[in-house]
Design a protein around this ligand. Sequence first.
Ligand code: NAI
Length: 340
Amino acid sequence: MSVHQAVLIPGDGIGPEVTAAAKRVLIAAEAPVAWMERQAGIAALERGRDLMPEETIEEIRRCGVALKGPCTTPVGGGFTSVNVQLRKKLNLYAAVRPVRNLRGVPTRFDGVDLVIIRENTEGLYSGVENQVTDGVVMSMKVATEVACTRIARWAFRYANRRGRRKVTVFHKANIMKVTDGLFLRCSRMIHEQEYPNIEYQEMIIDAGCMKLVQDPTQFDLLLLENLYGDVVSDLCAGLVGGLGVVPGANIGDELAVFEAVHGSAPDIAGKGVANPLALLMSAVMMLNHLADTCKDESCRAAAERIKSAYDRALADGRKTRDLGGDLGTEAFADALIERL
Ligand code: NAI
């Protein structure tokens, strides 16, 4: 059995707590992974390194995959987001966020099973912001035909391979006629020319959000530009139990970095109460990705063991506080390990 090298980035806030718990579970599940621990974010600064150290980037390039804890970004000033830098530097242009009900986590809706595909490299995340004159500032929304076509093609291909029947694009092309207009044109073109077998739908994002919270089961795959994907991901997390249960992946042509949708949660950091499940589910996505790309079924088997362990733990009422339980981060990891 081969062992796959993967970078582990603990990150900031609750990051070190949830990554340590996820790592313990993967070891107990005998996942064939050797961790190369590297730093990013404030954790890197505190060790006298750059915010996004070149050695971390290089190690991800070498290993091909990473599991990343959240990194804090200051609000309203300070440094630019480490997460955005990482996605741009490694050209991880597709963010994939599956949103599903979990057994043992009752919510308002049953049967939620959707996936969000978010363009990860441009839009209002261009980082081009300036002061035009006193009291007037602007932020530039960038859309390129290359990136819009690339994400649309990626989303339709994903839908096709995974048996998803419908792609819905959320947009605001009634107002942002040029930028969101381009996103729509590229999505339509890929649908018509390459995947006419998949149902295609466009929806203005405000109405789309209303429909999502009324009945999320009417959606299958949501395709969004960067900022809309960010916001709608958290909204969708709220439909299935919150940020503690939604995993994610940032994927490029060669590299992939797996991370939960949630941030560094400074309000609960250091208290040992964070739910490690979203990061663990991201690790399960990483194992399945390794199974697909390296043709190694032992990774898939480890992923299945972990999924079965958390399904059974949740069904037995073993949950963290965000899900109405009373377990801390480590105790929840112990509950999974007992079931492996
Ligand atoms: P957040 O996702 O960190 O927290 C929002 C709320 O959800 C908080 O009440 C938090 O306690 C709760 N929460 C989040 N994850 C949880 C978990 N695993 N278990 C239990 N409760 C959890 O979002 P917020 O507060 O807006 O951002 C905090 C920092 O995180 C910011 O600096 C932000 O820039 C950064 N961030 C980083 C991301 C990343 O590294 N990919 C993604 C999102 C935010």
